[in-house]
Design a binder for this molecule. Structure first.
Ligand code: FE
Length: 337
């Protein structure tokens, strides 16, 4: 009898289709702490496991390229559209089938051929000293190049893709000649040779090294919610000014995701994208990462609300990638280190 049961067991096992657990392989340039909790939640809800590979965006693109059609990656997640554009240019991505969640995204936040889309929105306004700056004197990015701001501007290096994308957006909107003039004028008003990241520029305004910085808001939000009281105090010395609200709006970028060309787990990958665009995930982004939701009907955290509402640029984000090389040359010509 015992042998018979064993025999039945073996036969049943042999004829049953092998059920493989679903999985997604995610190459991510986002800090693990800022994405992992969401991925864990996705696994809990769907049973689909996510294998996370975290690294520098350019290195991940190089890796995708060298792995070619044998790459295990399904998705590439980056924190700037410039990198998503690069991956697409190198023929490493494919069209993401439109789902209901994706159809709700504004057109400028996704690739025209549907190869990538935004998961969170980042805004890059002006940040000024509460004590030393008369807010009314500063309404547009263009104001920063006047002699009034000579030696008072802090901004990070031109090798940083946030600045490259910002200048690319200006080229798209103002044309090459006006954009070059603005870049030249800005460099001329630098308080110091660029150094450090966005957070360092905010700290430099707080310490009096300069009076205005250009930085992404989530850095300021991170400082305001820091457990370190010194950092919190520094952040309280800063006011956000939304530039160009009467015309083109403030510069924005995205953190976003692309579907890789040879994604072996395409269906599961699209389920993950849908999950990241769900109300629950979008709310999480806005509170944990201090980024803005990409969907209009998601509530903002109190901290984000405290910075105020704003009008954004309406440049298709793919233009930032297309104009990246031109932007880099422009900053080089102006001597922006
Ligand atoms: Fe950043």
């Amino acid at each position: 009898m015992k042998n018979f049961i064993c025999f039945v067991f073996v036969v049943v096992t042999m004829v049953s289709p092998i059920v493989m657990a679903e999985q997604v392989n995610l190459y991510s340039a986002r800090k693990e702490a800022l994405i992992k909790p969401l991925l864990d939640k996705f696994t809990q809800e769907t049973g689909i496991s996510v294998n996370l590979v975290t690294g520098n965006a350019d290195n991940l693109i190089t890796r995708l390229k060298s792995e070619g059609k044998y790459s295990p990656a399904d998705l590439l997640l980056t924190t700037d559209v410039g990198r998503l554009y690069r991956a697409k240019q190198q023929d490493l991505t494919q069209e993401i089938a439109t789902s209901e969640a994706i159809s709700l995204l504004p057109n400028n936040l996704r690739d025209e051929q549907g190869h990538w889309l935004g998961l969170s929105l980042r805004a890059r306004p002006l940040m000024v000293s509460v004590d030393r700056v008369d807010f009314k004197t500063l309404t547009n990015l263009e104001d920063l190049v006047s002699s009034e701001w000579k030696g008072r501007v802090c901004i990070r290096s031109s090798s940083n893709i946030y600045n490259q994308s910002m200048v690319a957006a200006l080229i798209a909107q103002l044309g090459e000649s006006d954009a070059q003039e603005w870049v030249n004028g800005l460099v001329n008003n630098f308080a110091r040779s660029p150094q450090g990241g966005d957070r360092d520029q905010i700290k430099a305004v707080a310490s009096g090294m300069c009076d205005v910085a250009i930085a992404n808001t989530y850095y300021l939000a991170g400082m305001l919610s820091s457990e370190d009281t010194t950092t919190q105090e520094q952040a309280k010395k800063i006011k956000v000014i939304w530039p160009n609200q009467a015309d083109r709006g403030v510069h924005i970028n995205i953190s976003g995701v692309a579907l890789t060309k040879n994604a072996p787990n395409k269906d599961a990958a699209i389920k993950l994208i849908d999950f990241l665009l769900s109300k629950e995930s979008q709310l999480w982004y806005s509170t944990a990462n201090h980024e803005y939701p990409v969907l209009a009907d998601i509530a903002w955290s109190e901290l984000l609300q405290s910075f105020g509402r704003f009008k954004t640029e309406d440049v298709p984000l793919s233009r930032l990638g297309e104009l990246n090389a031109e932007a880099v040359q422009m900053m080089d010509r102006a001597g922006w280190k």
